[in-house]
Design a binder for this molecule. Structure first.
Ligand code: SAM
Length: 287
């Protein structure tokens, strides 16, 4: 197996195919084998797993996944990588490469078709310019056991943040609504070619089998969350009044009091069950 992380191998391989990195496609390729190995190991990939990989690049993580998984489907946007991937991962019988934009995929249908009888999971060194939409699609698909991804460290910290901290925000609540995150390890910039300007980190999201929240209306819940963080330095009543104009300031204050919170409470201190309580009270008033 070609060690695509070895810079002495990678550079001639890329040159042979006249490949130049595309910044617009978020191409930073791994140059340290311990990173893709650790991602595959920490994700618990074994022969019972069907793994969706996003952005295989020249295949360092793909190799580690194919060595362990029952099946791997890798979705890659940049078709210039086809001849390189043929050389680096073409021999794996359990690999299927899907050419196209991951954001245009119907993820639940793909998972149903490709991973029947397997434990579906997603693993990726994500293209950072579309981290949020990709994670949103993977979690909303509600079809994975786990999602293990490399992202910017700052994003990983936001995903795993606790209420009342500066990193806690609407995206934290969204991720923790669907999954339980765990920060795994940092990956310094020198582990990539070209080197990104930021430190990266690998985070694992264990997807909830059943959502444990008692939520009357999911749309109202997420609107409550977004409104609460839209004015994070202000009182929750201001955010709710602006996110739900039909409530008005007085209605927002009533909801907060009815749910047993202090009038000065701020959205950034609320846990998911507390957001649910407020969202349910708003939903009840609207009915
Ligand atoms: N997995 C490789 C590695 O770790 O070295 C490459 C990771 S690189 C950060 C991100 C990869 O995602 C690139 O190969 C890029 O072409 C691909 N990519 C970018 N946008 C994409 C999209 N919308 N759909 C699928 N793949 C995409």
């Amino acid at each position: 197996m070609i060690d695509v992380c070895d810079i002495q191998v990678m550079k001639p391989l890329l040159a042979e195919h006249g490949f130049h990195f595309s910044k617009a496609k978020g191409q930073n390729f791994l140059t340290q084998k311990w990173v893709p190995e650790s991602i595959a190991l920490e994700a618990g990939v074994d022969e019972t797993a069907g793994v969706l990989e996003i952005g295989p690049g020249i295949g360092p993580l793909t190799q580690q996944l194919c060595l362990r998984a029952g099946k791997v489907c890798a979705v890659e946007l940049d078709q210039r990588l086809e001849p390189i991937l043929k050389q680096t991962v073409g021999a794996f019988p359990n690999l299927e490469i899907i050419w196209g934009d991951v954001l245009k995929l119907d993820v639940p249908t793909l998972v149903g078709e490709k991973f029947a009888g397997l434990r579906p999971m997603a693993c990726a060194n994500l293209p950072y310019y579309i981290t949020t939409p990709i994670l949103t699609a993977l979690l909303e698909a509600e079809c994975f056991d786990s999602v293990t991804v490399m992202v910017q460290k700052e994003v990983a910290q936001r995903i795993a943040a606790q209420p009342g901290t500066g990193d806690y925000g609407a995206f934290t609540v969204f991720c923790q609504y669907y999954a339980e995150p765990e920060l795994l390890f940092d990956v310094p910039a020198h582990c990539f070619l070209p080197q990104p300007k930021v430190t990266s980190a690998v985070v694992s999201l264990r997807c909830r089998k059943e959502l444990p929240w008692d939520i009357a209306d999911q749309t109202v819940f997420f609107r409550t969350v977004r409104s609460s963080f839209a004015m994070r330095r202000k009182k929750l009543s201001n955010g709710l009044a602006s996110g739900f104009p039909e409530l008005g300031k007085a209605g927002a204050e009533e909801v907060i009091a009815q749910c047993g919170f202090d009038a000065n409470v701020r959205g950034e201190t609320l846990s998911i069950p507390e957001f649910a309580k407020i969202a349910n009270a708003i939903a009840a008033r609207r009915n």
